[in-house]
Ligand binder design. Structure first.
Ligand code: HPA
Length: 281
């Protein structure tokens, strides 16, 4: 993509603005199974991706494919109910276009969720892990190369994208609510296959805590645009290389639904804190 990318972003923004006149400070990306978090949003406009100029259409299991625009606990948000994966055949620019669009809409904070296989033996299905670093095994071009003309920060260390203050605040919310919250390293795999036993073993030895097929391109684009990010993995299957159980799309969705209330409580809690902080400044 080139200078025309700015036009694509502007067209998408215009296509949304013609149906919703909000100016959200908060963006949310709801991955596999987590789409139900969007049920808590007082939707003012639910826009199917197919109706938004230049948006690809999500084909992945468990992904509804709506941009939900409205308020969460009274605060304006824009939420992706379903995302675009590289394994669906989209190039990295199209897969991350919604993040550029959120930035252009004024989003300052992004809450991203995904479904992931838990490699760390401490992790159980239905648990949530805050991502504090990642290893990018997607082996595709970076979204920062072709979209460079529209980016603020040409290069940065990618794990700086995972905002330490948001991580701390999320831990406090979980402690207060009484649920366990892990923190660790996400491996971004291209997919769409789940990993082989040998790959799980390899990843674990490399210090990876969870493996998934998304998030990293979005986080990079958000951070390059100055958006503060909290990224969360829902552990949907325990990826033990020695007693490997088969993983189905349905099981992944079921486990994600167990974790969805935890995501909701973190996102709501953080938004409330951020808004309270801004009001007192
Ligand atoms: N690997 C990769 N992606 C996933 C997994 C997994 O085990 N579970 C859910 N998404």
């Amino acid at each position: 993509m080139n200078a025309d990318f700015k036009t694509l972003i502007a067209e998408s923004v215009e296509s949304i603005a013609s149906r919703w006149d909000g100016s959200p400070r908060f963006g949310i990306v709801l991955g596999t199974g987590a789409g139900i978090v969007a049920d808590h949003i007082q939707a003012e406009a639910t826009l199917p991706y197919g109706s938004i100029a230049n948006f690809p259409v999500s084909t992945a299991t468990g992904h509804k494919g709506n941009l939900v625009c409205g308020t969460l606990d009274g605060h304006e948000v824009v939420a992706m109910q379903g995302r675009f994966h590289l394994y669906e055949g989209y190039d990295v620019d199209h897969a991350t276009l919604p993040i550029h669009v959120m930035h252009a809409m004024g989003v300052e904070f992004l809450f991203v969720s995904n479904a992931a296989g838990g490699l760390n033996p401490k992790m159980d299905s239905g648990d949530v892990m805050l991502i504090d670093s990642h290893v990018d095994f997607m082996n595709r071009t970076s979204p920062q190369i072709s979209a460079a003309p529209v980016m603020q920060r040409p290069s940065f260390r990618s794990d700086q994208a995972y905002d330490p203050e948001l991580i701390e605040a999320a831990h406090a919310i979980a402690r207060h609510a009484g649920f366990a919250l892990h923190q660790g390293v996400y491996a971004a795999m291209l997919g769409p296959n789940y990993e082989t036993r040998a790959e799980y073993r390899f990843l674990r030895r490399m210090g990876i805590d969870v493996a998934g097929m998304s998030t990293v391109p979005e986080v990079n684009v958000a951070a390059a645009n100055g958006i503060r990010v909290l990224a969360m993995s829902i552990i949907t299957n325990v990826a033990n290389p020695d007693v490997l159980e088969s993983t189905s799309g349905e099981e992944v969705i079921e486990a994600a639904q167990v974790a969805a209330p935890k995501l909701k409580s973190i996102v709501s809690g953080l938004i409330a804190q951020i808004q309270a902080q801004s009001a007192s400044e």
